[in-house]
Design a protein around this ligand. Structure first.
Ligand SMILES: Nc1ncnc2c1ncn2[C@@H]1O[C@H](COP(=O)(O)OP(=O)(O)O)[C@@H](O)[C@H]1O
Ligand SMILES: [Mg+2]
Length: 250
């Protein structure tokens, strides 16, 4: 068993997190409107765990993902791999955290630049973080394409030459090239056909089994979360209404 699983501390710990969106009616001089979205969320994801977050559309799931990624302000505490997220912490600290948590979204096609080839798109994050020499980056990309169920020849293709499931595999591979500790999948199968979605769920399970990857699987699809996850939280109107283990197939 990888050392990963024996870690007692959680990969992600959220304590008493609340978050509101602020908007102004009629421009800068308008009244400030504060819309509370998340209130007093507590949640832990174990090292090597697959945690499901379900709930109806609009209840605040994606907002919680944005808080975890440090994209919006919140009250409360988020600790990733023992490291507290600080809103105005040093850049090096924030970059370190940025590598630890990666995300895949619902509309994968939209996050891939259609003008570039798949190899270029996969290597982009490695170039930004200055990881490896060009040949090393190419080798890592080849290995990752195989790991996500494609083959190295795909790096020469462009986005419009891939099916929606293949695009999602590229997005998962691109996220994993940075070797994150936690992958957040936000509605990552929601725009896919049922059979393609099931293949992506199986890919998540393989990555979890083979790499010990921790996953936060966000979906309004309770059946998919029950199939994939080892623990589940149900969100209702910005609060966690229930925690539990999946009940398993009926
Ligand atoms: N940028 C924003 N500004 C104001 N309100 C927002 C913003 N993004 C989302 N919301 C609102 O916050 C609530 C939660 O949205 P979201 O987190 O996207 O829910 P979910 O992912 O569960 O569908 C919704 O009522 C939504 O309308
Ligand atoms: Mg959402």
């Amino acid at each position: 068993m990888p050392e990963f699983f024996s870690r007692a501390s959680p990969i992600l710990s959220i304590q008493d997190l609340s978050c509101s969106y602020v908007s102004r009616s009629f421009g800068l001089l308008g009244k400030r409107e504060i819309k509370p979205v998340l209130s007093h969320i507590n949640m832990d994801i174990a090292f090597g765990g697959i945690f499901g977050l379900t709930g109806e559309s609009g209840c605040g799931k994606s907002t919680l993902a944005r808080c975890i990624l440090g994209l919006i302000d919140y009250e409360g505490e988020i600790v990733i791999d023992g490291q507290k997220r600080e809103e105005r912490g040093p850049l090096s600290h924030r970059l370190q955290l940025a590598r630890k948590v990666q995300m895949v979204f619902q509309d994968s096609g939209a996050s891939l630049n259609p003008a570039k080839r798949i190899g270029w798109l996969m290597e982009e994050a490695l170039r930004i973080h200055r990881i490896g020499s060009p040949p090393e980056r190419e080798r890592k990309t080849d290995d990752m394409l195989v790991r996500v169920g494609l083959d190295p020849s795909y790096k020469k293709r462009r986005v419009n030459e891939l099916s929606s499931g293949q695009k999602q595999r590229v997005c998962v591979g691109r996220a994993l090239l940075l070797e994150p500790k936690l992958l957040i999948a936000d509605e990552a199968i929601s725009s896919l056909d049922v059979s393609v979605g099931a293949q992506i769920l199986n890919l998540f399970r393989e990555l979890h089994n083979d790499l010990g990857l921790s996953i936060l699987f966000i979906s309004h699809n309770t059946d998919a979360a029950e199939y994939l996850c080892d623990s589940i939280a149900v969100m209702e109107d910005g609060r966690i209404a229930a925690y539990g283990a999946p009940t398993g197939p009926a």
